[in-house]
Design a protein around this ligand. Structure first.
Ligand code: PLP
Length: 402
């Protein structure tokens, strides 16, 4: 049975060039980059060349790239250190972020005395920019009230009877491309808004790195996060962009690796594989983007023919790699849709990776859809350059025979 892999927002197949690079490093370049002998120096050189290559693709400087074990770790590190060490007192984020951000922010809110605000999400899944501006412009009107029982609370100025004031440092955390619906945030605009209001800006760019041009030198961004397995690199490695002199401190302690910001012996083969994957992704970007966009348009045309009342969740101009659709299927077919596709060798997803196959409604769709529509089957189809028109035909055939 032919396997049809349409779950590329969950993870991607390695590029052959990446396998080749990693195999070479694994078998030949096994020195510890911290060792001073030639094998160690060789590994160190692979590490630093990888860092330079990644920085170049994103127009950042090499010192601003810090390797981590994954996107989740990088998000946790940045958000936690922003609160703990940079003394961020307020986080503005959205309810449609990945759980690596949402759950981290919730845990920080429980642990520290911070204010968390969620920016409004439009019914098409876009972030409401005017609400973001409203939230940011409110902040000068909040001060910290310290009551007699030592309970601290952020309250509006006019309710702060003892007039104790403290400047609130704010961090905005908004993802670039939503992993479930593919909506794209105007990070340039958000960066300029954050700069205007003196707020830090963190963006989870896990779904956009390697798939769209990113110029970190010209974006007003303090922190960003990427993960290799989303752009045809290996699992278990990612990186953070941390602007120079950010003041960020490590999440845990050990050696001097990554300037002490991320201790632990570096996974040289993973990092080299990630650099190779990013390099090939950007070299082939134009061709692969055209190929994938054609497939996405072809799928939309076929859905219009076979399931005319289907609806796109999100915007029609979302990222070319993701299409999330609400299908006009009856209740009895809804629960088993992924199972039925899987039986036919077709891998797709219902929501974010961790929820694939589960019947729990997606927290992203829950913010956008009516309760009635939430019960209907929504399917996330996510493409890569490995997909063909035949894959789309098989998906349509699979859906028709459910
Ligand atoms: N952020 C987004 C938007 C994602 O799609 C994912 C992966 O599902 C992550 C973060 C987590 O990345 P990782 O799997 O590298 O921890």
């Amino acid at each position: 049975m032919k396997k049809v892999y349409l779950d590329n927002a969950s993870t991607t197949q390695l590029r052959p060039e990446v396998v080749q690079e990693m195999t070479k490093v694994l078998s030949e370049d096994y020195g510890n980059p911290s060792s001073t002998h030639s094998l160690g120096r060789n590994s160190k050189s692979i590490l630093e060349l990888s860092r330079k290559a990644i920085a170049k693709q994103l127009n950042a400087s090499a010192q601003e790239i810090i390797f981590t074990s994954c996107g989740t770790e990088a998000n946790n590190w940045i958000l936690r250190s922003a609160v703990k060490d940079l003394k961020v007192k307020r986080i503005i984020t959205s309810k449609i972020e990945h759980h690596a951000v949402l759950h981290t922010v919730q845990s920080l809110q429980n642990e520290f005395d911070i204010q968390v605000d969620y920016v409004a999400v439009k019914p098409n899944g876009e972030i409401d920019m005017s609400d973001l501006v409203d939230l940011l412009s409110q902040e000068t009107h909040f001060t910290r009230k310290i009551s007699s029982d030592k309970m601290k609370k952020w309250v509006p100025d006019d309710q702060n009877l003892n007039n104790s004031t403290e400047e609130i440092k704010t961090l905005v955390s908004l993802m670039h491309v939503n992993n479930e619906i593919g909506t794209v945030l105007d990070v340039d605009k958000v960066g300029r808004i954050c700069e205007q209001y003196n707020a830090l800006f963190h963006s989870d760019m896990v779904q956009s790195v390697g798939k769209t041009e990113i110029d970190l030198q010209h974006l007003h961004i303090d922190f960003m996060v990427a993960s290799a397995h989303k752009f045809h690199g290996p699992k278990g490695v990612g990186f953070a962009f941390v602007k120079k002199n950010s003041g960020l401190q490590p999440l845990f302690y050990g050696g001097e690796q990554e300037k002490g910001l991320r201790p632990g012996t570096e996974a040289v083969h993973q990092i080299a594989g990630m650099a190779k994957a990013l390099d090939v992704s950007y070299t082939n970007l134009e061709t692969e983007r055209n190929h994938i966009s054609d497939l996405k348009n072809y799928l939309i045309t076929q859905l219009e023919i076979e399931f005319p009342s289907f609806v796109i969740n999100g915007t029609s101009d979302g990222i070319y790699t993701i299409l999330n659709v609400l299908l006009p299927f009856s209740d009895d077919k809804t629960a088993m849709i992924l199972f039925n596709l899987d039986m036919k060798g077709i891998a797709a997803s219902r929501g974010s990776a961790c929820q694939s196959g589960s019947i729990k409604p997606s927290h992203v769709l829950a913010e956008m859809l009516s309760n009635e529509d939430l019960k209907k089957p929504s399917l996330r189809i996510s493409f890569s350059h490995f997909n063909t028109k035949e894959d789309i035909d098989l998906l349509i055939f699979g859906l028709k025979s459910i």
